[in-house]
Design a protein around this ligand. Sequence first.
Ligand code: FDA
Length: 391
Amino acid sequence: MEHADLVILGAGAAGLFCAGTALAPGLRVVVIDHAAKPAEKIRISGGGRCNFTNLATSRDRFLSQNPRFAASALSRYRPEAFVALVDRAGIAWHEKTQGQLFCDGRATQITDMLLARMRGAELRLGTAVTAVRAAGGRFEVQTGDGTLSAARVVVATGGKSIPKMGATGFAYDIARTFGLRVTETRAGLVPLTFAEQDLARCRPLAGLSVEARIRHRGGDFRDALLFTHRGLSGPVILQISSFWQPGEMLEIDLAPDIDVAQALKAQRSKAGRMTMATALAQFLPQRLADSIARDEDVADRRLADQTNALLQTIGSRVNRWQIRPVGTEGYRTAEVTLGGIDTRDLDARSMQARQVRGLHFIGECVDVTGWLGGYNFQWAWASAQAAGEAV
Ligand code: FDA
């Protein structure tokens, strides 16, 4: 049987970073992935430009059953440290908004940097890991190509999002095998879908984007909202999807800077001849204004003829639009998996299983999920650094 000091399962963001940190003279490090290429999610991330970190990283940007858990790794490996690596590699980048850093060029530059950083480790692609078991104070890692004996194992096989790209729930299976708890998992940072009666109204708006604010269960986001053929998407929806639970109603402000009822009343005396559709279009894209005015049967009616009660109804429809999504697009398109390895069973400094010496879990498989905006990669780097230093 082959022997290694450290076997890392998964050659994604966390696995590659961990290998680079752990490398030391005389240490045999093997990274295994069933995909044909490493870090496929980095390649497609950030629209192909990889939003590789966020300068505003702090533990309140992450969801977890234990929000304090991530603080240790995140404070010891800061976004600035990763930016320094990117600078040293000569990769040009820019800040988009709200601390989000993107490559100027292709996302694969980040993968190339990670591969160069772990030179000296062995990378085995196209090799599925089928099981891990404890054997005489070491671990046996079963792969499609045979079994490896390892002193330490780092599990970095990610979550369930985008199975088409090789995502599996394998990390959770290994965790359970070793007696670790796994919290409930569900799709996060994902578009929301509507029931047929809501779709009938919204489908004609597909492709339309509007700035919106949504507050729900402690989440409070303001960003673009996109109407789709199946429901809603856009950054503000992806963000709130991680807070929303099935069955819940969302209240959406489609004109966050304006009290639309008040504004319409103020205009009624000055410009009462305009139609309701035109009046609403001062605050909303025309198609959305038309749709709301038509729903209330007043699209071609004069503003001057409308009662306070009607203007109040229309104002509520814009500033407090209530909608109950039926679900999400699921793991098929979700950017992340919420939930995962229960942090109560991991040591926050080393990411090692409390009850299983030498077994670590890092990255997305852990119950730590960032907001949209580069936070998930920062968690991958920080948790990988913590484990890489500990091994
Ligand atoms: P990751 O999923 O990257 O890697 C896991 C690896 O394990 C994969 O290579 C997989 O093939 C392998 N694997 C799984 N099961 C296996 C098995 N049984 N045997 C062997 N190998 C196995 N985040 C962010 O911060 N900024 C961004 O711009 C984006 N953009 C973005 C876009 C899209 C479309 C998605 C889907 C996701 C993002 N993300 C993101 C999220 C980010 O990609 C994600 O959080 C990290 O990739 C997680 O890194 P991990 O290394 O933990 O898992």
